[in-house]
Design a protein around this ligand. Structure first.
Ligand code: SF4
Length: 247
């Protein structure tokens, strides 16, 4: 028996219903936005439906983002009159890492990369999530091997709250159809071969046909490619074909 693929209007209706459920039953809640296409769909749906009083939006401003990504903060302000909250790493921790290891030590080993992600992403994420009942991500099931079993609603034991992935069922085409039909602002890097955008030194453009996350930490084994931002059964998800995960 085959399962019918939902249409974009059906996906939008389901996602809107999920966001309204979060706003009604899980506040305070926050969207962790990477300012990439998926998160702009959710940003648009939150702000278009005036849910921002109950669902906040923050981004991890790691200090290593592309200028185009940072520029999205102004574009969101111009389009929606909304200020996304930036969470930045602790300056002392960044300074100590750079002094001891060098500015770009994340290229040297997976351990050095994870330590940089811990300082610039995980610690600020934990701060951003503190005090909330739920958090929201723009992850999609089709994005990569490590996201194959993503659910719309999960229990995030590590953070002690519910995690929602309202776009879990969306395809990349659905995301872009929504963005274009609703004139949602998006990161111009997406037009330059960057389907997935992270920190500038750790992201590169991909070639047609490559996996959408192939440009993230491209020098590492694909199975290592997560920030540690997403957790399954109390463990940080690094690999595993059947695991959920990240920004
Ligand atoms: S993605 Fe790269 S620059 Fe950004 S926090 Fe991780 S290792 Fe550091």
């Amino acid at each position: 028996m085959t399962t019918a693929v939902p249409s974009l209007p059906e996906l939008v209706a389901a996602t809107k219903a999920t966001l309204e459920k979060i706003a009604a039953e899980y506040t305070p809640a926050v969207l962790a936005s990477s300012l990439a296409a998926e998160d702009m769909v959710l940003t648009d749906l939150i702000l278009r439906n005036q849910l921002q009083d109950r669902i906040g939006i923050f981004t991890l401003e790691t200090g290593r983002l592309h200028a185009e990504t940072l520029g999205m903060l102004d574009r969101i302000k111009q389009t929606y009159d909304y200020d996304v909250t930036p969470y930045r790493p602790q300056p002392d921790a960044v300074a100590a890492y750079v002094k001891q290891n060098g500015l770009n030590a994340f290229y040297d080993s997976v351990e050095m990369r994870k330590e940089c992600c811990r300082i610039r992403k995980i610690e600020p994420l934990n701060r951003a999530l503190a005090g909330n009942r739920a958090w929201i991500t723009g992850q999609r099931r089709a994005q990569s091997l490590t996201r194959a079993e993503l659910h719309v609603q999960e229990q995030d034991e590590a953070h002690g709250m519910v995690k929602f992935n309202p776009l879990a069922d969306w395809s990349e085409q659905d995301v872009w159809d929504y963005i274009r039909s609703n004139k949602v602002p998006y990161n111009p890097l997406h037009d330059k071969g960057y389907p997935s955008i992270g920190c500038e030194p750790c992201t590169r453009a991909i070639q047609p046909g490559e996996d959408v996350r192939a440009g993230r930490w491209w020098w590492e084994n694909p199975e290592s490619k997560e920030c540690g931002l997403h957790v399954v059964d109390g463990k940080l998800v690094r690999i595993k074909p059947a695991a959920q995960q990240s920004i």
